[in-house]
Design a protein around this ligand. Sequence first.
Ligand code: ADP
Ligand code: MG
Length: 591
Amino acid sequence: MPSVRRLPEGLVNQIAAGEVVERPASVVKELCENSIDAGARLVQVDVQEGGTRLVQVADDGCGMSPEDAVLCLERHATSKLRDVDGLTAIATLGFRGEALPAIASVSGFTLTTRERGAVGATRVRSRGTGPREVESAGAPEGTRIEVADLFFNTPARRKFLRRPGTEGSHCTEVVSRLLLSHPEVGFVLNADGRRLLSSPPDAPLPERLALVLGREVFERLVELDSTQGEIELRGFVGSPDQSASTAQKITLFVNGRAIRDRALAHAVSRAYANLLPPGRYPVGAIFVTVPLDRVDVNVHPQKLEVRFADARGVYEALTRAVAEALRPAPWLGRVREGRSEWAGGEAGLPTPMAGPPPPRAGGEPAEPPLPRAVGEGQGRGAAPSSPTLSEAIAPTGWFSSLRVLGQLARSYLVCEGRDGALVVLDQHAAHERVLFERFRRGYAQRSVASQRLLLPAIVELGAAQSQALAGRSAELRAFGFEAEPFGGASWSVAAVPALLGRATPATLFRDFADGLAQFGSADATEDAWNDVLATMACHAAVRANDPLGTDELEALLRELDEIDFKVRCPHGRPVVTEIPIAELERRVERR
Ligand code: ADP
Ligand code: MG
């Protein structure tokens, strides 16, 4: 039997490095977080060869005394945590005292630091687990750390590094996230001597978002700002046409810490309901603030995950906040003149974006929260139908403000928009969305109107479908159907949802039975049910090639103003596209 032995400190640090330091970007993250914790106003990051050759982070923070400069390289040495009580309310980014010794144990490490007000600086140098050299040096106040040849002594680790380009873009992402979560701090990122990012201290969040997401995405962002109980949610999400092909483009911050959380990301996607086509993901940045003692940040070595005391509450609050922000579709009809909307915003968050008023049908009862997107919450953000909105507001929305020019190719609705923009709507997609939303809303309010058929329709179903319907007359009625078994797998259908009267009764009834057979009760799986409702709406919507008169076209526009989520059909295809007059002028070479 081999005897039990205590591992040497250097090896312990290298083992810790395995968890804390995955790649150069992890070094960038740990060093920058230390700079932020040190109260820096400016942080400059330089990487060479994607950080595989060098990561250097310099700050103007509080610096360290000569003693601390040596001590901070000891394992579990930290200035940020004193006792176990501190662990339940961590306000700094670091607290484990693990990063510096771990990083130093797998690199050529140089720390130069000068405490504020001190006459000189201290330099500590080491290579891997080798001896440390300490000397005094001349340097400005603050701290500079150079990490060279990461993983030089752990070849297995080094082998896993990707091309410098890939590693470099991970570094850029880390700095991007930090500059979003810490608008008070200025950041500069240089890669191989080239300036990639630069953001002065106190630059407003919108400026920083424009930098990180690109101007074009930024122009169409939708702001959210909601307090629900003790959870605060602020930030910006993209309009549905600004979606991304990966789920990574929505950055979530919890108490100022960028985290990865699939469930939270899903909570955001859910709020987009059927606004995004399959395989597309939302973009944006959302800052969630919860009381420090309601979240445990000590669950992941790189602090990329957190655990909430009330995870469900946070997920639901997030979905609700995003759904609320998207509800009035504020990206429609927005003036696209640079950044004028941000003018007047103070440092920090800008004033809310202007958009058409939330659409409400005249005299219609207040609408309950979307069944799929929200829970029973009572928070401020959970009040989409606040009493003021359900007074009778005339539908003065964006769609009704369009001037109908006519129908194109018997499939498109062509209109003149504000400022002479050419606005084109897909008539099928638009009508489908109207029906879908109204049907969904009707069901949520248990007020789907039925339309009696002159003669009952006899509909032959599959055995499974027929079986699924058996004993479900209450559910059938809730969706506007009246039907009873007619021998074998046949049903006699006496009434169908009035709203969907354009579809043949048999088609609608089969859609519904298919849904029940596949997904069971309508309440159990709302996501799935939305697909069922969407299919039914699709079958009932006007098709391409249906001729429509001006009256019908105008009615369709008014109806679009009365529903939410109006820019995509329930299957995620865009309903409307806008060609600004400037674009037309460019084509005829007036500009
Ligand atoms: P942690 O951040 O969890 O405390 P680290 O190993 O990252 O652990 O850092 C150890 C300690 O070194 C910190 O607690 C802090 O006191 C000091 N330190 C690290 N970086 C800096 C810096 N840039 N400026 C001032 N002090 C720093
Ligand atoms: Mg740290």
